[in-house]
Ligand binder design. Structure first.
Ligand code: BES
Ligand code: MN
Ligand code: ZN
Length: 495
């Protein structure tokens, strides 16, 4: 998606489509008001007639309106005046852009910075507008031999912006586009099925990312994992014919003395459950079990494109979880890289097994903070649904930082407890710990397990089981939590 800024009034804009806003009750935003006046009261007339409602999600298209430079005008509904939220703003921009894209227009000029969202800076709105533009233009049709009719969409969005704040708004719009590109990469990787998106494919994608942005990318193979003693990760890959990969990305945007932030992404390219086999229904969705890994690559895409002054490390333990004659069996005891032993009571609780060795590996970076991202538990979906990502942390300040980043990015998380009381549930009579803690508080006991491998640094765990993809009619990867992680890193870069 190309983008640019332009200082122009709505009636004069020479554009394929001018997108303006109206509130319920027919109150017009300044751009809409100016178009109304230039066109001899067309918008007011449509409001009186009931065609222009201003209802949230609505988008009224006017073809070749008289008296204005635009070939089309789209009026996006903004709901009640004075009550526009960041979510309402994003939805209205999306509805306006979709209506524009459904016409023959390939370009649109967006008059959205004047809509006014309480407590939101105009720069934040510019960033969200461009991010939404990238997100609404997203298509995943690379596995179809014939592309969809509407796959062209908009190719260019012009953001109408006042001359005075131009530099800051331009920077914000570019950041929004960068986040949009990161989200698109994460969505592509999530949507790609497991016969395409293998651990080796993830490694190749990381290498391509590294070439695009001058990152250092290292890929460890199974022999190397054996040398490192990653017994937990190796226990998961045992049943699969597909070779595992441990992917390391390094972005150095700041002097060496600055401790890095480390992102660890669960990269299970398909989770059958292993010998503790999952039921057949919806098992195809376990191709999304590498979404944590996808979000790490997506965040690197965004952060590197923004050239943020931070040091960032990405770790992706990638493998398949398959049943077979060589697979790990319930009751097997393995030794993790940390030296702690694990009784694998359920081979379907594999995410924590690949993550724990990656968390131990992270120690060598002396990190400022480690954040792991994982489609870890069905229990998190029961607790928080598809709205909030589950957040667990061994530092309250880090948790608060992530909560705030999630609000600003509109990619929200909810802080869950990590009390010692829950550690009881993962006791084992045969090893240092079991890999499951029973049905109660399943997402908490999973986090408790991980916390035992993250004692040496500030750490947070994001359970994205409910937020990484959508099922049903809009089935597909969401790219979450790339916006949250990028915002978090932007905050670290600024401090
Ligand atoms: N990848 C799944 C978690 C998952 C399931 C995410 C459904 C989204 C939708 C994970 O590896 C898993 O299977 N977890 C088990 C853990 C249990 C055996 C303790 C689960 O949640 O059922
Ligand atoms: Mn599983
Ligand atoms: Zn899994």
């Amino acid at each position: 998606m190309e983008h640019s800024l332009k200082s122009v009034t709505a009636p004069r804009a020479r554009t394929a489509c001018a997108i303006v806003g109206a509130f319920e009750g027919g109150q017009l935003t300044p751009g809409a008001r100016a178009i109304d006046e230039a066109s001899g009261g067309q918008l007011d007339a449509l409001a009186r007639r009931g065609d222009l409602t201003g209802k949230p999600g609505s988008a009224l298209v006017l073809q070749t309106p008289a008296g204005v430079g635009a070939e089309r005008v789209v009026v996006a509904g903004l709901g009640k005046q004075g009550a526009l939220t960041l979510k309402g703003f994003r939805d209205a921009v999306a509805a306006g852009l979709r209506a524009a894209a459904a016409s023959a227009a390939r370009e649109a000029t967006l008059f959205a910075l004047e809509w006014g969202v309480k407590d939101a800076a105009t720069t934040l709105l510019a960033q969200h507008a461009m991010q939404v533009a990238a997100e609404t233009a997203y298509r995943f049709d690379r596995l179809k031999s014939r592309k969809e009719e509407d796959s062209r969409g908009l190719t260019r969005v012009v953001l109408a912006a006042p001359e005075r704040a131009r530099a800051a708004l331009q920077a914000a719009a570019t950041q929004g586009a960068a986040i949009g590109a990161g989200v698109a990469l994460a969505r592509d990787l999530g949507n790609l099925p497991s016969n395409h998106c293998t651990p080796s494919y993830l490694a190749e994608e990381a290498r391509r990312l590294g070439k695009r942005h001058k990152l250092s990318v290292t890929v460890l193979d199974q022999r190397h994992m054996e040398k490192l003693g990653m017994g937990a990760l190796l226990a998961v890959t045992r049943g699969s014919a597909e070779p595992p990969r441990f992917i390391i990305l390094e972005y150095n945007g700041a002097p060496k003395k600055h401790k890095p932030v480390v992102l660890v992404g669960k990269g299970i390219t398909f989770d059958t459950g292993g010998i503790s086999l999952k039921p057949a229904s919806d098992m195809d969705e376990m191709k999304y079990d590498m979404s944590g890994a996808g979000s790490v690559l997506g965040t690197f895409e965004a952060v590197a494109a923004m050239k943020l002054p931070v040091n960032l490390v990405g770790l992706v333990p990638a493998c398949e979880n398959m049943p077979s004659g060589t697979a790990t069996k319930p009751g097997d005891v393995v030794t993790s890289m940390s030296g702690q032993t694990i009784e694998i009571l359920n081979t379907d609780a594999e995410g924590r097994l690949v993550l724990c060795d990656a968390l131990t590996y992270a120690e060598r970076y002396d990190p400022a903070a480690v954040i792991d991202i994982a489609t870890l538990t069905g229990a998190c979906v029961i607790a928080l649904g598809h709205v909030a990502t589950g957040l667990f942390s061994n530092r309250d300040a880090l948790a608060a930082e992530l909560v705030a980043a999630g609000e600003a990015a509109w990619d929200r998380v909810w802080h869950m407890p990590l009390w010692d009381d829950y550690q009881e549930q993962i006791k084992s009579p045969f090893a240092d710990m079991a890999n499951i803690g029973g049905r109660p508080a399943g997402s908490v006991t999973a986090a408790c397990f991980l916390s035992r491998y993250a004692r040496k640094y500030p750490w947070a765990h994001l359970d994205i089981a409910g937020t990484a993809w959508k099922s049903g009619r809009d089935k597909g990867s969401t790219g979450r939590p790339v916006p949250l992680l990028t915002r978090f890193v932007m905050g670290r870069a600024a401090r």
